[in-house]
Design a protein around this ligand. Structure first.
Ligand code: BGC
Length: 593
């Protein structure tokens, strides 16, 4: 998380020694038992590049008999060289690259995968290699039954790999540490899990396949979703275990879950009210968090980085929507008084944080919610209190997420937050006018509140693109202050307090790691196309209320300055698929699709 530079600092190793291995050509062939069915598939991708450098990611999947050790070989076509690697011991001789397992990831069952990565350099062309072999067997994606022809009667190869060890043994890189040891940024250097249930919905809409392979989060929005629900609006039959198994099958390096079922959930709005009443903290612990933790702690899933986004729309409400504010609600007062938001978050952090390969990011609202001085510091302090509740401690926290399921622009390229501009109706004295600057500043404030200095932020960019024909292309510099600000802003909402199915919104930045200083990743946590709430009352048995902030004819309340809602009409209940919205999001994507 963190500062991008720290990742680079950690990525020092190791392959200088390689040339001394003297691996002449393709000599690394390992003995296979007679009639073994060996098989592999390899996905090679370049996940970033700059000048003459690039970062490569390799997912090696075992589709045959289990490996107790593995040795990958491939060749570069354009003279590329590996500078440093992790998740495997890299060596290179001429164009030939060999990656041997580390002591901790040699054993790979059928269906399992490993995921080494590296930093490389090139001098112009950088073609991806396409043919790979593991333990001397070409990776075709299917098992190959073989009596190795190069071997003698016992299957031993006639040409043996050299046994001379490198003079400086390569060391592993902590960017992808061994199971049980957390990495700095779980998003870096790997591929995210694609939820097949969301993918299918996205591909059901014309043009959806342009984005359907992006990772989105899996929302565990009720107890039944742990085992999978068929027929509920937002979930399908896949439960937590199914998603984890599928993530292994995909060769994903990380998977994202949203932990979202607090007692008295969503106390300032009605559309996402949940199944647990305000006092049902014991059910939250034993029927919800404990079973999720049991699945996540299963040793079958130890190679995955399991990311938990903790309780959207909870703690910040206890600062802004309580007694003493015009925006108070009775339920937020109740949840502040009974302590069940703080205790629920503390319990989730303690329980899930005890699992060695999990990463916890707590919800931290967005700039148009806590960017004002009255809210900023007190929210950071409350988050620190919750992180220490119920036996938890701040070390259970990997970072924080802003803008979840919201629409705040990542950056406002044509507006500077000056004392004068803060007086506009749109900015309304807020210190911030976009998510990136807010997330970076709030990270600093959280460190002051006691969180480790290497926490990282996530920003949900699923629906904050604001492209399309209404997007301004430069600042407006004439007219009143409000005319200038309104003409210059890319966020086209009527008011920053509007949060439901916003008309005119577009998909934002695609998910990616380390996009800016202090930011672990841009993520798509709200699966685009899933509704925020119904635009008219729709009876349901999921606890979802009808919030008039989703009704395009409503004139608003204190929390959106009594403005029109800007919501799309025809929306189903929250979490249910809303094709028309998904089409609009694709149409207004920025960057454009
Ligand atoms: C809903 C959840 C849903 C999530 C993701 C929330 O607003 O309340 O049921 O899973 O959005 O779409």
């Amino acid at each position: 998380m963190r500062l991008v530079s720290s990742r680079t600092r950690k990525q020092r190793i190791a392959i200088g020694a390689v040339a001394v291995l003297g691996l002449g050509g393709l000599s690394v062939i390992q003995a296979l038992p007679a009639s073994a069915a060996a098989g592999c598939s390899v996905t090679y991708s370049v996940t970033g590049s700059w000048n003459n450098g690039f970062q490569g990611n390799i997912v090696i999947r075992n589709v045959g008999d289990a490996w107790s050790s593995w040795n990958l070989t491939f060749s570069f076509a354009n003279g590329q060289t590996v500078q440093q690697g992790w998740g495997g011991r890299f060596s290179q001789s001429g164009t030939q690259v060999t990656v041997a397992n580390e002591s901790w990831n040699g054993s790979v069952p059928n269906g399992g995968s490993v995921n080494p990565g590296f930093i490389g350099s090139h001098s112009g062309t950088n073609t991806n290699p396409t043919s790979f072999a593991v333990n001397g067997v070409a990776c075709t994606g299917a098992p190959v039954t073989s009596n190795p022809t190069t071997g003698g009667p016992t299957g031993n190869p006639t040409t043996r790999p050299p046994t001379t060890p490198p003079t400086t043994p390569p060391t592993s890189n902590p960017t992808t540490g061994p199971p049980g040891q957390r990495v700095d940024n779980p998003y870096a250097g790997g591929r995210g899990y694609v939820n097949p249930e969301w993918k299918a919905k996205a591909e059901g809409v014309s043009g959806g396949s342009r984005v359907s392979s992006n990772p989105t989060a899996v929302w565990i929005d009720r107890i039944a979703a742990i085992e999978g629900t068929d027929g509920s609006s937002s979930n399908g039959p896949m439960g937590v275990e199914d998603h984890l198994l599928e993530a292994i099958r995909q060769g994903a390096s990380y998977i994202q879950f949203v932990i979202y079922n607090l007692p008295g959930r969503d106390c300032a709005a009605l559309a996402s009210n949940g199944e647990l009443g305000p006092t049902e903290i014991d059910r939250y612990k034993t029927e919800y968090i404990d079973p999720i933790a049991a699945y996540q702690n299963d040793s079958r899933f130890r190679s995955l980085r399991i990311i938990n986004i903790i309780e959207i729309d909870s703690l910040p409400n206890l600062i802004t929507n309580v007694s003493g504010r015009a925006t108070e609600t009775a339920m937020c007062n109740t949840m502040k008084a009974n302590g069940n938001y703080v205790n629920g978050v503390g319990y989730a952090l303690a329980k899930l944080g005890a699992i060695p390969n999990t990463y916890q990011y707590i919800d931290a609202a967005h700039h148009g919610w806590i960017g004002w001085d009255d809210n900023f510091g007190p929210t950071a302090e409350l988050l620190a209190t919750a992180a220490r509740a119920q036996g938890s401690n701040i070390a259970n926290v990997t970072g924080f997420i802003t803008n979840t399921a919201n629409y705040s622009a990542l950056q406002e390229p044509y507006i500077t937050v000056t004392e004068q501009n803060r007086q506009s109706k749109w900015i309304d004295w807020n210190r911030y006018n976009d998510e990136l600057s807010f997330a970076q500043a709030f990270r600093t404030r959280l460190v002051q509140a006691g969180f480790p200095s290497n926490i990282g932020m996530l920003i949900d960019t699923s629906r904050n693109g604001w492209g399309g024909s209404a997007r301004p292309t430069g600042p407006v510099t004439t007219g009143t202050l409000d005319e200038q600000i309104n003409g210059s802003r890319i966020d086209r909402r009527i008011h920053k307090g509007n949060w439901c199915n916003q008309s005119g919104a577009g998909l934002g930045e695609r998910p990616r790691a380390n996009p800016a200083t202090g930011i672990d990743a841009y993520v798509w946590v709200k699966p685009p196309g899933e509704s925020d709430g119904s635009s008219t009352e729709i009876p349901n048995n999921e606890g979802k209320g009808f919030d008039r902030m989703c009704d395009p004819t409503y004139g608003g309340n204190a929390r959106n300055g009594n403005n029109a809602t800007g919501a799309l009409s025809g929306a189903p209940i929250s979490g249910a698929w809303f094709s028309a919205q998904f089409s609009q999001l694709m149409q207004n994507a920025y960057p454009a699709l």
